[in-house]
Design a binder for this molecule. Sequence first.
Ligand SMILES: CC1=C(CCC(=O)O)c2cc3nc(cc4[nH]c(cc5[nH]c(cc1n2)c(C)c5CCC(=O)O)c(CCC(=O)O)c4C)C(CCC(=O)O)=C3C
Ligand SMILES: [Fe+2]
Length: 332
Amino acid sequence: MTAQSYDALLLLSFGGPEGPEDVVPFLENVTRGRGIPRERLAEVGQHYFLFGGKSPINDQNQALIAALETDLAAAGIDLPVYWGNRNWAPYLVDTVRQMAADGRRRVACIATSAYSSWSSCRQYLDNIEAAVAEVPGAPQIDKVRWFAFHPGFVAAVVDRTVEAIEELPAELRDDARLLFVTHSIPTAMNDESGPDGGAYLAQHLEVAAVVAEWVALATGRDRAHELVFCSRSGSPHTPWLEPDVNDRLEELAADGVGAVVLIPVGFVSDHMEVVYDLDTEAMATAAKVGIEARRAGTAGVDPRFVAALRELALTRPIEACPAHCCLPRTKA
Ligand SMILES: CC1=C(CCC(=O)O)c2cc3nc(cc4[nH]c(cc5[nH]c(cc1n2)c(C)c5CCC(=O)O)c(CCC(=O)O)c4C)C(CCC(=O)O)=C3C
Ligand SMILES: [Fe+2]
């Protein structure tokens, strides 16, 4: 697959509300048919209202598109970049309609999600399939598969982590615990992720180990690291991946850990989960239990990450996920 085979790029993302009146309809879009309890929705709505009803995700996607355009121009590649979302405007189906009207025939698609699982990969493939089926003359859309192992992503996370360590008081830096954080998902969804199951967790553990090793090389100091989770949803009776970041901070304080760096390795930019669940809630927990905490940045528009996305989009969509990847399996 060469760059010439594609006539457009598509950034496919989650979408988020732009103002207070958008919050409830957005949450309805996200949770339709997902059986999320009312109380959980009211709680998540409050997170958005705390930030004026506006999610940070849309501005971040526009910044990423601008960065991709700069990167493409620098690489001498002349391709338009489109944007579509799963849950809010611009909706994917409208973008597909626009691409068809513009005569696009073959589109390379980057989703803003780096790992396997139904939520982070297969659901986007389903969204593409549904949108293409709805639009006469829709282009073929090839989605880049999960990409968390790409060195451009890893390098950005390493640098953001080193920067966060340097923000800690000097006497606490050497023994700071590295807490890699990602979105919790139901354990059943993890069991079904990837071609053989368990890929969501396995990919995160691998990225965390590699980043911790590069950070040790960069700082001349080995630090203990672990993976924790945020943003648990669903019914309290359904098992989700644990431990929760807040519970773990309490345990670490009891064990005498004085400093942590929170590394939101599951998110490619500072989504609501990062600015609320980590910067607001987990930071308050850390303060309460007497732990010095700093939050590492996300890959965002780091030029190495942007170049990685361009490279993946133009050379890799051909390595599609296997047909059964991230789909619910027949239970034994
Ligand atoms: C793995 C994963 C990612 C990472 C991969 C990726 O990025 O795609 C992710 C991203 C995001 N999730 C987001 C927001 C929400 N997710 C929800 C609900 C859920 N997420 C789940 C999983 C994930 N979600 C799951 C299993 C549910 C339960 C419902 C279901 O089974 O499908 C709900 C409903 C309320 C609640 O239940 O919390 C909201 C509002 C936003 C936008 C943030 C912003 O505005 O900045 C983003 C980027
Ligand atoms: Fe989510």
